[in-house]
Design a binder for this molecule. Structure first.
Ligand code: ADP
Ligand code: ZN
Length: 578
């Protein structure tokens, strides 16, 4: 909910409170009206002089009120004496006795009044709040989604993955009749601006179904209980509009690991969401999609089977995809002949689709500011430069190029070493930045009994060291090695610690859990081991320098290479001979 609406609700709540308080004080003041209080002796005088004709009195009350003949009202102490009534009657006053009954009626009356005002207030507040719960949903619903798959460049894999959802949404009955089970929840994960929202919207567009677009953060800026209520309202509406897509952006806002700081409003909201998802069937035709760039720390309850059990990665675009995105977003602009989108694509490693779109847009603005009708290369370069600075990247493009080369050698080194000394599969090596690091090697460790031999352990450590070692091989010195290996070092250190401390693999200490005896006892030997393995890694890379150069070269050219490329480079000739 936006700030404006929050303010409005707050104002109305305040107004309600003020009115309530005013009513309360009004009733109070009426009860203690300015009735003049007089001494009992004065009352006696008035009674005796015949100024009082009639009276209504409860003889148990501590005070009583009366009117004189000219209608003025007075109040005085009740003597509660044995012959008080006789005194009144003697002075010819008509006495009407009101007993306890009337006190009870009084109490009931005021209770009744209070109740009515409370009910009215609650009713008022509720209608105000309900309005605010219902209206954002309506705002977020789009009936005629114009987005199509053709608006997405690249992202081929996720598009393929999504095709079946489109088919289902188009003809749910066909699938339901066959008893097909479809995912209830799909999570799209990847860096910001990679087109997750775009993809979800395109599915709705292709299928021609309504699209509900909410953000996880909408639910938590809520007053107590409202997040949960809004979830229920959202799903009620969605079911009425089925088949449809409910898209929850930034789902991590409400679904990160609970416990770390227990936030009960968040929990209520997430529980409501889970209850809704557990409660409906895919046959209802509602598909819930969610987006996050922090898949690792999503609440595990969210990704359990029957909830968000389908996870699709939306990656930062590679060179070819970047080119297509650039083409797509410049297709409706007047681009000059000197604009080289291919070259631009090569210079924009790590840019998301949204960033590339922004770049083209910025360049167009530059052209307009120049008074030109054509977007020229200078506009592009200026925009590119600006975005690099904004992203805190080095403006020196030569430096950037050197850094990319270093990353290619670092990742290439990992991949080469893993291929040479382990039987791990390596489906993918990339120099495209990920959310977790600069580049990356995807290792698929083969399924085996989870026992590592001492040799395996040393090999794993060498694979971890090979990133740094490849940097050293490239630079030929140790002055230019980088901080890029910090994660590798941390993991290697854990393995070494295990080698001495958990697995009893050290010659010197044998099968003793050293740390239980004296902390840090094996430090020297651990350092020696680390040095030995590092120099072994270095030597092996030097021996295979040609292959390393080739892997890094292809990485620089294609940014991402796959296992077949690695095999061709590393084992090429041997394979041909076979
Ligand atoms: P996310 O939801 O992953 O943060 P969005 O879907 O909001 O990213 O992307 C923002 C905008 O960036 C899109 O509306 C689109 O204009 C542009 N964009 C992102 N990825 C692509 C792509 N693959 N192809 C074309 N445009 C893209
Ligand atoms: Zn590394």
């Amino acid at each position: 909910m936006d700030k404006e609406k929050q303010k409005r609700i707050l104002a109305m709540v305040m107004a309600g409170l003020i009115i309530g308080i005013a009513v309360f004080f009004y009733i109070q003041s009426r009860e203690s009206d300015e009735i003049e209080e007089i001494k009992y002796t004065e009352f006696e005088k008035m009674a005796e002089s015949g100024e009082i004709k009639e009276m209504e009195i409860n003889f148990n009350d501590p005070t009583f009120t009366f009117k004189n003949s000219s209608g003025e009202e007075f109040k005085t102490d009740n003597p509660r004496s044995f012959n008080f009534k006789k005194f009144l009657l003697d002075n010819e006053i008509d006495v009407e006795e009101v007993g306890k009954k009337s006190v009870i009626v009084d109490m009931l009356m005021s209770l009744f009044m209070t109740l009515i005002s409370v009910v009215v207030m609650v009713f008022l507040l509720r209608s105000v709040l309900n309005q605010s719960i219902a209206s954002p949903n309506l705002n977020h619903k789009t009936e005629n989604v114009v987005t199509r798959f053709s608006d997405i460049a690249g992202n081929e894999e996720s598009k393929q993955d999504m095709m079946f959802l489109v088919k289902f949404l188009k003809e749910p009955k066909k699938y339901i009749d066959m008893g097909a089970k479809l995912p209830k929840g799909v999570i799209l994960f990847g860096a910001p601006g990679t087109g997750k929202t775009l993809t979800a919207r395109a599915i709705a567009g292709e299928a021609g179904v309504p699209f509900f677009n909410v953000s996880g953060s909408d639910f938590i800026e809520m007053y107590a209980g409202l997040g949960a209520k809004r979830v229920r309202t959202l799903f009620k509406e969605a079911k009425e509009s089925a088949p449809c897509i409910v898209f929850i952006d930034e789902i991590d806002a409400l679904g990160t690991n609970r416990g770390e700081q227990s936030h009960s409003e968040k929990d209520q909201t997430i529980n409501a969401l889970l209850a809704e998802m557990d409660g409906f069937n895919t046959t209802d035709g509602v598909i819930v999609m969610a987006a996050t760039n922090r898949m690792e720390d999503l609440d595990k309850a969210l990704i359990r089977p029957g909830r968000f059990d389908r996870h699709i990665a939306v990656e930062l675009p590679e060179y070819r995809d970047r080119l297509n995105i650039l083409k797509l977003h410049s297709s409706n602009k007047n681009m000059g002949d000197d604009v080289d989108l291919d070259a631009l694509s090569k210079m924009t490693i790590g840019f998301s689709g949204a960033a590339l779109e922004a770049l083209i847009n910025e360049a167009t603005i530059n052209a307009v500011n120049r008074g030109s009708k054509v977007v020229e290369n200078e506009d592009i370069e200026e925009a590119h430069f600006k975005m690099l600075i904004k992203g805190n990247k080095k403006k020196d493009s030569d430096r950037t190029k050197k850094e990319t080369e270093l990353v290619a050698y670092h990742e290439g080194g990992h991949a080469l070493m893993a291929k040479l000394i382990t039987d791990n599969d390596i489906p993918k090596v990339t120099i495209i930045p990920s959310t977790s690091g600069v580049g990356g090697v995807t290792f698929n460790v083969p399924r085996r009994i989870s026992l590592l031999s001492r040799q395996d352990l040393e090999n794993e450590i060498m694979v971890l060291y090979s990133g740094r070692a490849a940097e050293e091989v490239l630079k030929g010195n140790r002055d230019e090695i980088t901080t890029g290996a910090s994660n590798d070092i941390e993991r290697a250190t854990e393995l070494i610690k295990g080698y001495f401390n958990n697995y009893g693999m050290s010659e010197k200490y044998g099968m003793i859990k050293i740390s239980s005896i004296k902390e840090g006892e094996y430090l020297e030997e651990a350092i020696e081991m680390s040095k030995r393995l590092y120099s072994k890694t270095l030597n092996l890379l030097e021996e295979n320098r040609g292959k390393l150069d080739q892997i890094a070269g292809e990485l620089l050219e294609k940014e991402t290479i796959v296992e077949d490329d690695l095999d061709r480079i590393i084992f090429g000739e041997e394979l041909e001979e076979v």
